[in-house]
Design a protein around this ligand. Structure first.
Ligand SMILES: Cc1ncc(COP(=O)(O)O)c(C=O)c1O
Length: 374
């Protein structure tokens, strides 16, 4: 059968943007600017204005943003970075690729985010930074992480890739530590038309170094002079040009995401404890995905598929059990909450262009599963 309610529904999500995309392609094609030029500069200025950051440095993606920050901080061999056992891979792969050691800590069951107590217990004399991630529809306990970092003299780096537009304690996501990142991967609330990312920081040295590192370690205006060993991690003008058109709509897009989350919240909360929706109270949060926790995850997923509702699993395997991190020597049982979430987490369709009534239909389909006592 055809999927009545697709998970992402790209045609619906792109429909309103086609003219902007075509216009941007024409504009860039008729210019002599392709990479790190005027549109990128304007996008950096816009993100700095929006977040209150002294510096915004555009890069090729959220992953690149993390890599550049860690390199700019001089994190490398012999260093440790405390980071969640349950996240997207970049939160930890960027640490390991520097030759440093990701020190996994468990997450909180209610939010799937780094547990401050577990993070604190993981700090050693070699720890240089703590790297919490924003996931799904929630934000880490940033006050606890900044306090932890202050106690131990650590950097806080925020993996706020999914959270542009969110606030924690009245301060924008990404603005709580030495630096934060945003991803413009198309699926993100501030998604673009390809890969793209941004670093925000108030630290002048870090910003200057990041600008060099993103472009082969070259200082501005000094082509083929390589001050540092850098990356090719640059943003192109097509991406920046499109994002300049999209960002003015971000608050409205986030409002629509929160409205869908509220429909899910109201309809699904009565199913607790069999099914646990995300923490309620979406104001100030950037709802990226709506992930419920349910013991019968795979059966519910199959039931929803039968009803034409497509779902996704974020993330089916915690980081400490990924083959890529086998060298860290972890085994099953090391981070029980992360492992439990990888068995129970199920993402329901949520995007700003969902058809009217679609979220209610998803709720009905979920409720039917539970009413049937399955
Ligand atoms: C939590 C988190 N961190 C980092 C990233 C990486 O961003 P990008 O895909 O732009 O490299 C993602 C993207 O999915 C993410 O979800």
């Amino acid at each position: 059968m055809t999927t009545a309610i697709p998970y992402a529904d790209w045609p619906a999500r792109s429909a309103g943007w086609v003219d902007d995309i075509v216009d941007v392609f024409r504009e860039v094609a008729e210019s002599d600017e392709f990479i790190l030029k005027s549109r990128v500069e304007r996008l950096e200025a816009e993100i700095a204005r929006r977040t209150g950051a002294a510096h915004a440095v555009a890069v090729a993606g959220g992953t690149g943003a993390l890599s550049v920050i860690l390199a700019a901080l001089g994190i490398g061999e012999g260093d440790e970075v405390v980071t969640p056992a349950f996240s997207f891979v970049s939160t930890a792969s960027t640490v390991a690729l520097r030759g440093a050691r990701p020190i996994f800590a468990d997450v909180e069951y209610g939010t799937a985010l780094l547990d401050p107590a577990a993070a604190g217990a993981a700090v050693t004399g070699r720890t240089r930074a703590v790297l919490p991630a924003y996931l799904f529809a929630d934000s880490p306990r940033m006050a606890d992480f900044t306090a932890l970092a202050a106690r131990h003299g650590l950097h806080v780096v925020e993996d706020s890739a999914v959270a542009l537009g969110a606030e924690v304690d009245g301060r924008p996501a990404g603005r709580h530590g030495v630096a934060g990142v945003y991803s413009f991967f198309p699926a993100k609330p501030a998604g673009g038309i390809g890969d793209g990312g941004m670093i925000v920081t108030d630290d002048d040295d870090l910003a200057r170094t990041a600008r060099m590192l993103r472009n082969h370690g070259q200082p501005a205006g000094k082509r083929f002079h390589h001050e540092l060993l850098g990356f090719n991690c640059r943003m192109d003008e097509l991406t920046a040009g499109f994002l300049l058109r999209k960002l003015p709509h971000l608050d409205e897009l986030l409002r629509r995401r929160r409205a869908i989350a509220e429909i899910y919240e109201e309809g699904l909360r009565p199913l607790a404890p069999a099914l646990l929706p995300p923490r309620a109270g979406f104001e100030g949060r950037a709802v990226y995905t709506y992930v419920v926790r349910v013991q019968e995850r795979d059966a519910l997923r199959a039931h929803l598929a039968e009803q034409g509702v497509e779902t996704a699993v974020y993330y089916p395997r915690p980081l400490h059990l990924q083959p890529a991190f086998a060298h860290l020597g972890h085994r099953e049982g090391d981070f029980p909450v992360a492992e439990r979430l990888s068995r129970e987490a199920l993402a329901l369709p949520l995007h700003p262009d969902m058809a009217p009534g679609a979220a209610e239909r998803v709720v009905d389909a979920v409720r039917r599963f539970h009413e049937a006592g399955r």
